[in-house]
Write a protein that binds this ligand. Sequence first.
Ligand code: WT7
Length: 649
Amino acid sequence: MVNESKNLDTLLKESRTFKPNPEFTQQANFNDPNVYAEAEKDPEGYWAKQADYITWFEPYNKVLEWHPPHAKWFLGGKLNAAYNCVDRHREGHRKNKAALIWEGEKGSSKIYTYDMLGREVDKAAHMLKDLGIEKGDRVAVYLPMVPELPITLLACAKIGAIHTVVFAGFSSKSLQDRIEDADAKLLVTADASWRRGKQVPLKQFADEAVRGTAVKHILVVNAVGDEADFSMKEGRDLYWDEQIAKASKAPYPAEPMDAEDILYLLYTSGTTGKPKGIVHTTGGYMVGVNHSLRSVFDIKDEDIFFCSADIGWVTGHTYIVYGPLSAGATVVMYEGAPDYPERDRFWDIIEKYGVTTFYTAPTSIRTFMKWGPEYLEKHDLSSLRLLGTVGEPINPEAWMWFHKYVGNEKLPIVDTWWQTETGCAMVAPLPGLTTTKPGSATRPLPGIIADVVDEEGNSVDYNSGGTLVIKHPWPSMLRTVWGDDERFKNTYFGQYPEWYLPGDGAHKDEDGYIWILGRLDDVINVSGHRIGTMEVESAIVGHPAVAEAAVIGRDDAIKGQAISAFVTLKEGYDPTDQLINDIKAKVSEEIGKMARPEEIYFTGDLPKTRSGKIIRRLLRNIAEGKDLGDTTSLADQSVVEQLQRLYKG
Ligand code: WT7
């Protein structure tokens, strides 16, 4: 809690407010302030109305069945997510409208109309079927940001297969864990990928990852081509292009899915144990994400929506694939890095395509701030009409910078709080209605009942801290943890049996606005991505020289948090710079670069309580260069001395 109290002070001083622009309000999808009260009176009735924006093959007969902690939404309803994202738009005036604009890192671009996208999805659906994939089978997807990625997801959805995307920055070991847990039959990957002009050998990682798993085929997309270094295993490995060429060109009839059939799994980290496979189902997820596009993002037919996340994370699932496409918008998908070839790449994309809505992360905004406004100033950003952020609390300075330089001091900014588990935005402004305050995600959306409570579950007084809870189920909530319902119950409903516990600290101000303060557990948020302490510690302890390790997240000006590792060595090993490099490399290899510790401290012992719990607060203070603070809970006071003689690298 040490970090949080610091945040609390800075946030409390924030008193600037920004009223919605009346012109914006006038044209907004949501411009009647009564919407909140109406939804609160009858959340189920509210969600039933939102469900009308989704096309159902068969109507549902009940909105909600709630046996805490298990919710079912739109019972008996039949629908298909890919039909809602693609086919229904092909049948009307959007048929020849751009659905997906893909911009490659090296400067090429591809534009798919809804009709073209539909044909690609149908061919891919036939291909999956030809490879023996059936409804309910799991398909692991380990792809860079190429068009085949959303096409694969939509093709899975079309045939009723469950996709599980693994971010292409993850290591082969992390990929393997996820493939095993999901028991995937097929892996879709690429020969390699481009990152800042360099190749990442995805197929080589995939080869290692599938060893000993149930994967029968690896489908290989040509993302790099001739220059890629990889091999194909006869019988097991197949080229995407060759298989697609063989697939039927007939329309693929969308599989009618039950509202509660699983749409996808997406793995996310916790403090203990292996990553959790978050389960999202079809009906509720589609209703929830579509609603958030219309409400939070005020989506219109003319919009060109650019979300800078990777589809490997939930943000990309919801705000590159299922959300904007279900709303019939045009979505921009960018393959590469924001500074390749120059630091103006995002602004260049916004200008080139006339982007109207730009959704990014506070960590990116801090990077833009560091680079300076000159990179934007040479671009025409006048097409923009709405900005959004997600991933971590946004510092008021970063919010103001976004407002001033990108928003030209007039565009609404929606700071959206949500999680992999929630499926879509939960606490966020409605841009035509909500007065915003830099640093606050403002209020729960209509239909979402959230509060900040104390240990006993009492609503906290204004301006005192507590924990965020969601008091009523919502359509796009996770249904369980794949293969581990006990873990689902304990993690999210263990403290309050009928309320969902997101694990974030928060406080409320006198207007009822929610200010998210960050995680209450030890999950580390690096650049808006959750990294479990346990996973990093396990990777470090896997090094033969290491006896014990503790990792913490320390404040970092750009990434929000950076990882510091405290390591004790086995007898006979000495701390050296070489060892530091080896350990860092091991974490990169086992989990991925984003989990690599920024610094490693060697110590004779770790600070522990009498019951043997590591006192992370002490370690955090060291990493942030602060006083050790209160050390009375230490089992062994001599550890303090050892901690003061750290070997750091
Ligand atoms: C955690 C969820 C949801 C997509 C990105 C991350 C933090 C997320 C905000 C925000 C303050 C935020 C929370 C949350 N978080 N958005 N607008 N303000 N904190 O998804 O990896 O599941 O992480 O990110 O701590 O619990 P995720």
